[in-house]
Design a protein around this ligand. Structure first.
Ligand SMILES: Cc1ncc(C[n+]2csc(CCOP(=O)(O)OP(=O)(O)O)c2C)c(N)n1
Ligand SMILES: [Mg+2]
Length: 649
């Protein structure tokens, strides 16, 4: 057994079940070793696609993703997808062959590439340490939530491994029979990005540490400082704040995707409404207090309710310009709190009143327990109606608790008596921000499809809102939706409902176009029981089009919707109003349906509602081939959320 084979074997023994990549001579052996040990290998048509597939697979499958690439251009082709993964803290291992001889055509400073985009560069340095280093890379990816570039120098790959490595246990990646890895570099910075240190330039390429990092210096790695338990003092401050809150709103982000139950329990106790950032869309599905996404995609009611909050808690959520609409969703009197594993995330995007470092689920549970202990002293009083149909502000009784009070829910709208609103039947009076009347409003008004609009379709073009509402009705509820970037992206994000947080995959941390189709492939493989839906613009679709062959080859019964406005709509609407020439961002018509058929898809061109009958036909049929819906969409104006995006440029 050589090093390449040992690396594949160790990853398989650690539970890797799927890897993505494009195979060249440098990663041929390691990829085959993965396959030999039971790992499914998905061959993509471009490394950019493979990287994003692995990212989406990890996100929606809750696993460590693995990508295998050739040295040099194999890695550079994958860099956009790797950047997206690193920015999203996706647990991902990039197995990259590496040449260390600068005169080679393939040479590029691979560690520097990784460092530049926020990934962690590691390297297998010897036959003796290969197994342990592989296990530690895995551990860092999984437990440190890092995107790790594991460089495999060609001359090290071929060395014989003295003893076949024993299967590695997840619990004890450092208790390997093989000796622990030598420190890979003298890197001085405790966090990435790490600058290569001149003093660490290697004498021999095989142990070349240039730019690679010492594992113990990376947050989340074994032996690194930090704990996910919040400090008791911070928990107490949060409990106090929430205990006194009258209109609390939770905004759950990526870091809260595993804490649904804990957050719902705490929200129940204090009467909080529940919203998410786009990446956590679907997390609170089923709750009558679910506001869906906060930010640019928020419906008018969600925006109104978040703006009316007196306490906003971002749980594992950056509260960035998108989620908070440049801060305009935060009312002037609102207290803002952030709970995050990463101390650096606290207050990074806007001033906060309180920051708690800790795991979201642990923190929520601790706060709930503290409020339960504190009893009514810490809990807002339940509402008492004043009989006038309106609500008055709560009044403090001076005793430390709150007198029974009627609430001002900030909506300027009278509450309705229990049971008089069909939308609210069975909804308990919750206290805090919750009321029967509000539950009724959320049920009636919160979905974008309930917001009236003038259909702007006609002359052979369908309104993208009408298209998406029709698709929402047609497509089965058990779905996973992946969205590319562009003007169109709000339509699928807001008009397509999803069953839970794993039903939405939003690879937009880098705001790259062209990742949507590969995202959908990764998500489809992670959740084979769901219908995968890819929503793309014509620009993003053509940028990532090579992976249509992958969809067909894998036999994925996927629906791919292309919102075709024959141009880079986002740029057209950005610059058009100022009278600039749009020649660089508009294109002649392309028969994307015909292209899809060429790859082996079924395809339909949609110009109005009636054309969607073909979609119903495909859904009722055997779905042997993927379906591409080439929608010729109307595009006279930019989408409502695009205004937000322009302000961020
Ligand atoms: C890789 C990359 N290149 C360029 C851009 C700039 N950009 C943002 S949106 C967009 C247009 C996307 O066009 P399309 O996919 O057709 O969607 P539309 O905006 O027309 O709805 C471009 C070029 C980007 N974000 N990413
Ligand atoms: Mg377009």
């Amino acid at each position: 057994m050589n090093v390449a084979e040992a690396v594949g074997r160790v990853l398989a023994s650690l539970g890797v079940d799927t890897a993505f990549g494009v195979v060249g001579s440098g990663n041929f052996h390691v990829t085959n070793a993965l396959i030999e040990h039971g790992v499914r290998f998905v061959a993509a048509r471009h490394e950019g696609g493979a990287a994003t597939m692995a990212d989406a697979y990890a996100r929606t499958g809750g696993r460590v993703g693995v990508l295998s690439v050739h040295q040099g251009p194999g890695l550079t082709n994958a860099m956009t997808g790797i950047t997206e993964a690193a920015k999203s803290r996706t647990p991902l291992i990039v197995l990259a062959a590496e040449v260390t001889e600068p005169r080679s055509n393939f040479f590029v400073d691979q560690a520097a590439l990784a460092t530049a985009v926020g990934a962690v560069p590691l390297r297998i340095t010897s036959a003796e340490t290969a197994a342990a280093q592989t296990a530690q890379a895995f551990h860092l990816a999984r437990d440190g939530r890092r995107t790790v570039l594991l460089n495999l120098p060609l001359e090290v790959q071929s060395r014989p491994v003295p003893t076949p490595p024993a299967p590695v246990s997840l619990a004890s990646p450092v208790s390997l029979t093989s000796p622990p890895p030598a420190p890979i570099s003298q890197a001085s910075s405790p966090s990435v990005p790490v600058s290569p240190s001149p003093s660490s330039v290697p004498a021999s390429p095989a142990s070349a540490p240039s730019g690679h990092v010492a594992l113990a210096s990376v947050p989340g790695s074994p032996g690194s400082p930090g704990s996910s338990e919040p400090e008791a003092r911070e928990v107490a401050r949060l409990a106090e704040l929430l205990g006194a809150a009258r209109r609390p709103v939770f905004v759950a982000g990526r870091g809260a995707r595993a804490a649904k139950q804990e957050l719902e329990e705490l929200a129940e106790r204090i009467g909080a409404l529940l919203a998410t950032s786009a990446v956590a869309k679907g997390l609170f599905r089923g709750s009558p207090w679910d506001l869906d996404v906060s930010g640019g995609f928020a419906s008018p009611l969600t925006a109104e309710l978040v703006r009316g909050a007196d306490v906003i808690v971002g749980w594992g959520c950056a509260l960035n310009m998108w989620t908070m609409r440049q801060g305009t969703l935060i009312g002037p009197e609102a207290k803002v709190v952030q709970v995050d594993l990463d101390a650096d995330a606290l207050g990074a995007h806007r001033p906060i009143h309180l920051g708690v470092v800790g795991d979201v689920a642990l923190t929520a549970r601790s706060v709930t327990a503290l409020l339960a202990e504190g009893g009514d002293d810490l809990r807002p009083a339940p509402a008492v109606r004043d009989g006038s149909g309106g609500e008055a502000p709560a009044v403090r009784d001076g005793s430390g608790g709150e007198a029974p009070a009627v609430r001002d829910n900030g909506l300027g709208e009278p509450d309705v008596p229990d049971g008089s609103d069909p939308g609210a039947r069975g909804v308990p009076e919750g206290g805090g921000y919750r009321s029967v009347g509000l539950a009724g409003r959320i049920a009636r008004e919160n979905r974008w499809r309930d917001v009236p609009y003038d259909d702007e379709g006609g002359e052979g073009r369908i309104d993208p809102r009408t298209l998406t509402i029709e698709l929402d009705d047609l497509l089965p509820a058990e779905r996973v939706v992946s969205v590319d970037s562009g003007n169109f992206m709000g339509y699928p994000s807001m008009f397509l409902d999803v069953p839970d947080e794993r039903g939405f995959c939003f690879t937009q941390a880098f705001q790259s176009i062209g990742l949507g189709l590969a995202t959908a492939i990764g998500a489809a493989l992670a959740q084979p029981d769901r219908l995968a839906v890819a929503a793309l613009g014509d620009g993003g679709a053509l940028m990532g089009v090579a992976e249509l062959e992958t969809v067909v080859r894998l036999g994925l019964a996927m629906v791919i919707v292309v919102y075709d406005d024959e141009g880079y709509g986002a740029e057209v609407h950005h610059f058009g109003p100022d009278g600039h020439s749009l020649d660089t961002v508009t294109f002649p018509p392309v028969d994307i349906a015909a292209i899809a058929r060429g790859f082996g898809c079924e395809a339909v061109t949609v110009r109005d509602r009636a054309d969607l009958a073909a979609v119903a036909g495909w859904l009722d049929g055997p779905r042997r081939r993927p379906l591409l819906i080439h929608a010729k969409v109307s595009g006279a104006r930019g989408s409502w959320w695009l205004e937000e995006a322009f302000r961020g440029h």
